[in-house]
Design a protein around this ligand. Sequence first.
Ligand code: FAD
Length: 480
Amino acid sequence: MAESDVVVVWFRQDLRLQDHKALYYALKDAEQYNRSIIAVFHIHPALNESFTVRHDYFFRTVEDVAQQAQEYNIPFHFIEGETEDAFRDLLEKVPTVKSVHFNLDEVGFGRKRDEHMNHWLETEGVQVHRYIDAHIHGAEEVEKPDGGFYSVFTPYYRKWSSLNKPAVFNVDKQKLQQYGADFSKHFEGGSEAFQNLLQKCSREWNHIGEKSAIQRLVYFLHNKVKAYEEERDFPAKRATSMISPYLKCGVLSPRTVYHQAMEVQQEYGEAKGLETFVSEIAWRDFYNMIYYVHPNCKDEEISSKYKQIDWNQDQELFEKWKNGETGFPIVDAAMKQINEIGWMHNRLRMVVASFLTKDYLMDWRKGERYFQNQLIDYNPASNIGGWQWAASTGTDAVPYFRVFNPIRQSERFDPEGEFIKSYLPALKNVPKKYIHEPSKMTEAEQEKYDCIIGKDYPEPTVDHKVMRKKAIAMFEGNEE
Ligand code: FAD
């Protein structure tokens, strides 16, 4: 086997064996030329510099898919070092590598790496096959009639909906078994590096991997999607799919999500909830396109007129936001959610992002980076898109004069305070009347409800009405 020609599948944020374009075509390649397939996962040295909750979740997922792959006779081969060095080492160890298949990154660091490696591998005489797999439609696929890119979601979505959708790429697992090859003995160093990463994982995750992802999707589509339109903004209802961590790691393919949703539509008929859910999947594609078109948007405002904003630098306030100590219960409960489970409900992401940028007048980049470290579903394009939307600096952003009122948001979307109480035990006895603004309680009421303001729960750190005016003035000052 060691002498036969080899096809490499380079796994990255596509940690599944089903509906996987690169794996599908690698198998075709192996069949056509009678080559063996090896699965490769690259460990970059930067991973040793920072290891956050998102890495913890991600590497547990890698472990899971590697186990599944082993069962189908394509064990993961871990390679390490700077990308080029790692692949040079691979080619030295397995000189019969003829082709490399991978699902490409269209944005950020991955885009640059992929462009570089495409060129490098070709120079080394290896065929490179790259696929758009992480999105239903890649960045360049949804064009305006004049061939340009959309900047507003609604017309983008109209066009997105009108395009034919790619089919699911079913991987024949029996054939995988036939063509899979094990070169593990050459990659002991890489395996050790992976084991070291696993040792850094300290959290317990209950629903890791492809099987759990499919179960979650099916459960959502059969039990929750009908009410999605009405209930998705209410965090206490747990009415959203919660598939974002699976999409982030590529445990679920967005094509599978789309086609499963369409099957449910055939069964149930048209349903607003289903339509809205599919449009959310399109938002994911939309932000990927925006990041592709604005490659500097992780660091720079997309809207150039707001590049000079003099953001508030108060580190103490930033710490309060991070720790959920702002004195605004909905904001604080949301920040406890992200800190505790590595995920936050969409409505709350909007509320806390608006709060940081409009009530604390703080730089959206600080929030974006904090989310980057705290979210297990961290997706640079969606996160930057969401932050620039909330900060009113993006292409399709909320206008700066429409500032979220955290108290009204709380009253509307957590009317009973159920979500708030689930994360802020200090407020557990506070009645509905005060749950959105506990500082309104009299001293006697604070005693009665076991919640002394300033001791058990903080005073509001800012006056929303005052800050709203300041935010609008700050943006107005930067209008051209
Ligand atoms: P559902 O409501 O069930 O939606 C299904 C899927 O559609 C999601 O899993 C997601 O892939 C996609 N989706 C839904 N809403 C959006 C949206 N507004 N933008 C892009 N895609 C969307 N999403 C991430 O996946 N990663 C992030 O890092 C991220 N950061 C965000 C930061 C801010 C400030 C904001 C406002 C939003 C952010 N989002 C991010 C979008 C959204 O909040 C999450 O996708 C959603 O909460 C995930 O939960 P769910 O899977 O239950 O979503």
